[in-house]
Design a protein around this ligand. Structure first.
Ligand code: GLU
Length: 332
């Protein structure tokens, strides 16, 4: 017999009170008295200047205004996001250490590294998705390839001579590069960085000639002509880059996979704090200035509920396992 049944038998008249109390004990206090009382850390699992960092810094200040406490962005790049994600997973589950979820940390890393020291599905409490964005393949204009067919021809003529930069080993951009090589039967040299920020800088300096990136970190350089975009992964052409074809248009639909960023707390964070954070980020993403800032960077605001975000993570996790393992992509 459960404690609940026992109490029901002993004192039926007090049943409503007892069930209410037990309900509170089961789900945590209904109100988060005084939360947050001090600044909140927001771990970005990539270097400064990358798309994750850009999105985090757009939402951090308005989120701080919603919460009435500072939100401090901390970059923890390395290992395709796995270092920062592991630190975020191990933080105290008190709502004072949050992190940005990416397709790399929640799906590709786990499919690629079998010995990760965090579990994307068990170690986090999803709060909300923040934004979705396209992937982009760009080159340094000095490579001299004007479009994707010319780029592919160049790679076929001289395999293993063009280097591509990414946000890290086992990142979603590494997967994009490997999938591109497989789909086009080409070979390049992979150069992983601690995030797209340094990968973009290396491409601008022509230390690597090509870049697989998520749009926010590359868009400004593509618009200014310092990088040349050859293809975007998005269902249709982007308003921000109307002259750049999608992979699907170019006959490579399997590469047309977009990405997203979301907000996480460590598993075990009280549900009332998750609720407060979900409402706060949803309010942030309704603000016209925030929506415009994200959109100028090529990121489309897209909030959802914690259970929807958890389902989204699960779907991407399953997708990445399938793509990395079943199709045998050369991510190693
Ligand atoms: N979402 C990208 C990744 O997961 C971002 C890299 C970055 O922000 O530097 O690889």
């Amino acid at each position: 017999m459960s404690v609940f049944d026992c109490l029901k038998r002993l004192c039926p008249p007090a049943l409503p009170w007892v069930t209410g109390l037990l309900g509170m004990l089961a789900t945590g206090p209904v109100l988060a008295a005084g939360y947050p009382e001090h600044p909140v850390r927001l771990i970005v699992p990539f270097a400064p200047g990358g798309s994750t960092d850009i999105v985090a810094r757009i939402v951090a200040e308005p989120l701080a205004r919603q919460l009435g406490q500072a939100v401090i962005v901390e970059n923890r790049g390395g290992a395709g996001g796995a270092i920062g994600a592991a630190e975020a997973a191990r933080a105290a589950p008190d709502g004072y250490t949050l992190s940005i979820a990416t397709v790399s940390t929640m799906a590709v890393n786990p499919a690629c590294h079998h010995e990760l020291n965090y579990h994307p599905l068990h170690d986090f409490a999803p709060i909300s998705n923040i934004a979705r964005t396209a992937n982009v393949l760009a080159v340094n204009p000095e490579l001299g390839t004007e479009d994707l067919p010319e780029f592919i021809a160049r790679l076929r003529a001289d395999p293993d001579t063009v280097a591509f930069g990414t946000s890290g080993h086992c990142s979603v951009n590494h997967l994009a590069g490997a999938a591109f090589e497989q789909a086009t039967d080409t070979r390049m040299i992979h150069v992983p960085f601690q995030g797209s920020g340094p990968a973009v800088v290396a491409t601008l300096a022509n230390q690597v000639q090509a870049l697989f990136d998520n749009l926010p970190s590359s868009l400004g350089y593509v618009q200014s002509g310092q990088l040349r975009a050859l293809a975007v992964a998005w269902p249709e052409r982007l308003r921000q880059l109307p002259h750049v074809p999608t992979y699907a248009e170019l006959g490579l639909p399997s590469l047309n996979h977009p990405v997203w960023y979301g907000l996480l707390a460590p598993a075990g964070t009280p549900p009332d704090r998750i609720r407060i954070l979900n409402q706060a980020i949803a309010a942030v993403l309704r603000q016209p200035d925030v929506r415009q800032s994200l959109s100028l960077q090529g990121a489309m605001p897209a909030a959802n509920r914690p259970e929807q975000f958890a389902e989204q993570i699960q779907q991407q996790y399953d997708w990445a396992r399938e793509v990395v393992e079943a199709q045998g992509l050369a991510v190693n």
